[in-house]
Write a protein that binds this ligand. Structure first.
Ligand SMILES: [Fe+2]
Length: 346
């Protein structure tokens, strides 16, 4: 690795200050450069275990957004080896912009269910999150519901959601487009807007907060927020929000399964340490690392034998819907235009 590259890196798992790292080729052969939008608190323990197991040092660049733009701007001189982010759409985007390379690994092939790996895609999923329905513990007796039923007139003025254009929602609406086509989906969005108790705003946890406050009775959330709230990881106030709701693991009307999104990773197109990049991704799919995804971040692991966090296990078994990640991502832009056309966030 050359000096100008090193200056780009934040040595998150490196004890040495920038610019003082040894330059030997042997050192370069035992490192890997990770660009990620994931939170340091989740990723750091995983990387430390990887380094302890393999002797490969991980230099991490944490960024909140702009991963694809940065790697594209760096071009062939990018030091990035592994690109890691959340959301199938963002991962599909990395492939589409030519920022990834094929990942050939029997370990990865064995770990990832074919339904979750888009054909001919370079990226691989690392963990799952379900889009679940939250209902008031006090005012809603229902224990089963479909995504389509959120638009029933029964819920008029009783639904809280974050922005209809947030990727978590456009992913769900994209999947709905795949299943129902544009006419039914746009009518669904118009009905869902009519059901809103307030303007779409905030995050998924604010849905639980507002259900507790009596502003609404039902809403949508990613599953890990349920764990974050109930575990008390976000403080005692959020714990009360979590306790005010009951979680329903919905399906679409066809009963195929629950809508999920993924976190995932890919080997960067110009990775200087491609072999180490594959080893890191293989490690992230090992039972040891998958356990951290489940325990520390309340995600659903990809490996079926890895136990769920108790705060998630009680939601019941996750049956993943059949709309493929690439198909869902491809319908997202159209879903987003429909969100705007019905004035969802207005
Ligand atoms: Fe989130």
């Amino acid at each position: 690795m050359t000096l100008h590259r090193r200056t780009l890196l934040v040595g998150a798992s490196c004890a040495l200050p920038l610019g003082t790292m040894p330059l030997s080729a042997a050192h370069a052969a035992t490192e890997v450069n990770l660009y990620t939008t994931r939170e340091a608190g989740l990723i750091q323990p995983l990387l430390e275990r990887f380094s302890a197991t393999t002797g490969i040092k991980v230099n991490t660049v944490f960024m909140s957004a702009g991963l694809a733009e940065r790697v594209a701007a760096e071009g062939a001189r990018s030091p990035a080896d592994v690109l890691m982010t959340v959301d199938a759409g963002s991962l599909v985007d990395l492939d589409r912009k030519g920022l990834t390379q094929p990942l050939n690994s029997k370990i990865v092939d064995a770990a990832v269910p074919s339904a979750l790996r888009a054909p001919a895609s370079n990226w691989v999923p690392l963990s799952l999150r379900a889009r679940v329905i939250l209902v008031s513990n006090e005012r809603v007796p229902d224990t089963a519901m479909t995504y389509e039923q959120l638009a029933d007139v029964r819920w008029k003025g009783r639904v809280c959601l974050r922005s209809g254009n947030h990727p978590y929602n456009t992913a769900l609406f994209g999947a709905m487009l795949v299943k129902h086509g544009p006419v039914v989906t746009e009518a669904y969005l118009a009905d869902l807007k009519r059901n809103l108790a307030r303007k779409p705003a905030g995050g998924d946890r604010e849905v639980a907060r507002d259900i507790m406050a009596g502003i609404c009775d039902v809403g949508l959330s990613n599953s890990y927020y349920v764990g974050l709230m109930l575990s008390g990881a976000g403080g005692s106030e959020q714990k009360r929000w979590g306790q005010a709701v009951r979680v329903i693991m919905p399906t679409f009307d066809d009963g195929a399964g629950t809508h999920v999104n993924v976190s995932g990773a890919a080997v960067a197109r110009h990775a200087p340490h491609a072999a180490n990049a594959i080893r890191l991704i293989e490690f992230l799919l090992s039972p040891e690392a998958q356990k951290v995804y489940a325990e520390a971040n309340f995600e659903f692991p990809l490996l079926p034998d890895v136990p769920l966090h108790p705060a998630i296990a009680h939601l019941g078994k996750l049956r993943v819907d059949t709309v493929g990640m690439a198909d869902m991502a491809a319908h997202r832009a159209a879903a987003s235009m429909m969100v705007d056309r019905v004035g969802f966030d207005q």
